[in-house]
Design a protein around this ligand. Structure first.
Ligand code: DC
Length: 234
């Protein structure tokens, strides 16, 4: 692959991408990482793995004490197999299980506990210490990597985000409606943005990209262009 920049300019770099559910973060971050040869860091998958553990072990998503005690002991790993980013929880492949509607409902309260966040943030920083990363989530630009080299905030209208979710679910064979997805997303947005620990927020130094009318390639191109312009000049 030809890269329009010197690789030496991209050593120890962090590209952080935040935004609400359905804004296109995951697909965009994955593709930007692939184009740059960086590690893709899906921070939401880590909270989802904790939520899955809670469900499977009959721990209430609201039970801060139990979850804060267990979170630092969970082994959550990422491995790329045949170009698919796989997520492992205590050695078990949970890539598909963490995307279920049950986990999606439980993950917001699970991720709101300070001790759970502390444990996950420590892991996320550890992964970034090992090499260049494209990290995405809700607090990667604000809390996890406040010194990130490039910060992007992706957003899109509620209706468009719900439409994208509906397509994802239908691929998984899950029935839903646009109205139901809009209501669920609005609820999750409200929860993720108003919690006291690391709420979703757009930092002053994040570049806003509204993806409502963009396709994935356009989103990726915009970010790659930003990286090329900003980092290559340093
Ligand atoms: O991006 P996602 O839908 O996989 O994220 C799942 C949940 O995890 C989301 O509702 C909020 C939480 N989350 C978080 O609190 N902080 C992050 N950095 C990433 C996700």
């Amino acid at each position: 692959m030809t890269r329009p920049y010197k690789l030496s300019a991209l050593e120890g770099k962090v590209i952080a991408i935040d935004g609400p559910a359905g804004s296109g973060k995951s697909t965009t971050a994955k593709m930007v990482a692939a184009r740059l040869g960086f590690t893709y860091l899906d921070t939401g998958a880590m909270y989802r793995a904790v939520a899955l553990f809670a469900i499977e072990n009959d721990i209430s998503p609201e039970d801060a004490r139990a979850l804060e005690a267990i979170a630092p002991r969970l082994v959550i790993e990422f491995k790329t197999e045949e170009e698919i980013n796989r997520v492992f929880l205590n050695g078990r492949d949970v890539t598909e299980a963490i995307r279920s509607p049950e986990v999606t409902s439980a993950v917001s309260p699970v991720s709101a506990h300070a001790g759970v966040r502390e444990a996950m943030v420590a892991r996320q920083r550890e992964i970034a210490r090992k090499g260049n990363v494209v990290a995405e989530g809700r607090d990667t630009t604000s809390v996890v990597f406040p010194e990130a080299d490039i910060k992007v905030y992706l957003d899109a209208s509620l209706k468009e985000r719900a439409r994208r979710r509906l397509i994802d679910f239908s691929r998984q064979g899950i029935d839903s409606t646009l109205e139901e997805q809009m209501a669920l997303l609005a609820k999750r947005d409200e929860f993720d943005s108003s919690r006291s620990n690391s709420p979703l927020t757009r930092t002053g130094d994040s570049i806003l990209i509204d993806t409502t009318n963009l396709n994935i390639e356009e989103q990726v191109d915009k970010i790659i262009k930003l990286i090329t312009v900003r980092l290559m000049k340093k």
